[in-house]
Design a binder for this molecule. Structure first.
Ligand code: GLU
Length: 425
């Protein structure tokens, strides 16, 4: 099953719930028909003159899934595994994320099939600018607003927005809202880089409070990019014990706990944990990547890419909670197994929605020409996420269903209501 089909299957499962709760079967059917297909798929070919003089052509995508609630919104990733199926899935998830937290935004996603580590900085800049030239007509503050995702960052957003403004011939700050996740010097917002991780912390804190779990709770984190590192940092500060971290090459375990600030120094310097020097005094040892899924921990956090927990390893998992900081880290089959084993899953559209919320604040800041402090950003983020968590919790109790279904229910219900108001087609 492709990951898109996998996600559609999950969506399909809540259709009956919406009908059961008194909505018109015909209209609900229509909304599902619409949500199952993206509104627009843009595929671009991006020629790049490499530093060695050779020309190479890279494949890029922007999928605009749905804009009933507002302009399309979503990140751009640079990854070799990028293809249409992946970007379609992530665009659909963006529609659902924005709807879940009631943002006036729709869903989109973009990507380039490339290993950015294999490019020089000059090549990376040229490729990023070429991507903007190819999708330019379809983006803008009132159309579609890209942002960072895996392997993209504020530097790349700065190049992109610069290219966008150059073509547009505009200097006004409001057009900077065409991209979010920009650097602070370029009208970005405080806390954007940390926002996805911060959101994970806020949701997990709300959950353990409801469950009455006492700290120190142990945590294992798969993936140590922007999201993995930041969630580790915030949880560590809150008194959680981070006992294992992996990156794409290797993993480190310590029953005494790891300090994410020390780990990130190593990671930044050496690029990976491949030849990490273990500390014997901290009882550290190396683990294989896959072993992260076998550990006895309270909270397991997949924070990298899709489909890492499958029917093959779901039975090995021994955590009480899975906090999905990555998008779509579990297959459908894995989820069924974990559900039947009573493992609580906090779905991606709730756990990692902090990033797009702060992106929205960045747009507001650009449009209003004001500056938000980090305190204000995190306070507003906390308000939205705590309220959303309460809603999801209540729906899951009321309908006796898991958090994923409760979150999907709330998101689709909002899109459905908007569809009725629009009276389109
Ligand atoms: N890439 C992030 C996500 O998957 C953020 C998207 C945004 O800020 O638009 O949610």
């Amino acid at each position: 099953m492709s990951i898109y089909e996998n996600t559609l299957k999950r969506l399909e499962e809540i259709k009956d719930l919406i009908i059961e709760k008194g909505e018109s079967e015909n209209k609900v059917d229509e909304v599902f028909q619409i949500l199952k297909i993206p509104q627009r798929i843009i595929k671009v070919n991006l020629p790049l003159r490499k530093d060695n003089g050779k020309l190479e052509i890279y494949e890029g995508y922007r999928v605009q899934h749905n804009n009933f609630l507002g302009p399309y919104k979503g990140g751009i990733r640079y990854l070799l595994q990028v293809d249409e199926d992946e970007i379609k899935t992530l665009a659909l998830l963006m529609t659902l994320k924005c709807a879940l937290v009631n943002l006036p935004l729709g869903g989109a996603k973009g990507g380039i099939k490339v290993d950015p580590k294999a490019l020089s900085e000059n090549e990376l800049e040229k490729l990023s600018r070429e991507y903007v030239r190819k999708i330019y007509d379809f983006i803008g503050p009132d159309k579609d607003i890209p942002a960072p995702d895996i392997n993209t960052n504020s530097k790349i957003m700065d190049w992109m927005v610069d290219e966008y403004l150059k073509i547009k011939g505009e200097k006004k700050e409001v057009f900077k809202a065409a991209f979010t996740g920009k650097s602070l010097e370029n009208d970005g917002i405080e806390g954007r880089e940390e926002a996805t991780g911060k959101g994970g912390e806020i949701i997990l804190e709300a959950l353990i409070k409801k469950l009455g779990l006492k700290k120190p709770l142990t945590v294992a984190i798969q993936g140590f990019g922007n999201v993995g590192y930041n969630v580790a940092k915030f949880l560590y500060k809150r008194g959680y014990k981070i006992i294992a971290i992996t990156d794409s090459k290797a993993g480190i375990y310590s029953k005494n706990g790891l300090n994410p600030e020390m780990m990130i120094i190593w990671k930044k310097e050496k690029g990976s944990f491949d030849d990490y020097k273990i500390s014997k005094s901290n009882s550290e040892y190396k683990i294989k990547n896959e072993e992260i899924f076998n550990l006895e921990v309270d909270v397991l956090i997949p924070a990298a890419i899709e489909n890492v927990i499958t029917g093959n390893n779901a039975n090995n998992i021994k955590s009480k909670i899975i906090l999905e900081m990555a998008n779509n880290p579990l297959t459908e089959e894995a989820e069924k197994i974990l559900d039947s084993r009573g493992i609580l899953i906090v779905p991606d559209i709730l756990a990692n929605v902090g990033g797009v919320i702060v992106s929205y604040f960045e747009m507001l800041q650009n449009i209003e020409g004001k500056r938000w402090s980090k305190e204000k950003v995190f306070k507003e983020l906390t308000n939205i996420l705590e309220n959303t968590f309460q809603e999801v919790w209540q729906i899951s109790k009321k309908f006796n269903t898991n958090f994923r279904k409760a979150s999907l229910f709330l998101a689709v219900k909002r899109i459905y209501k908007r569809y009725l108001e629009l009276g389109s087609y």
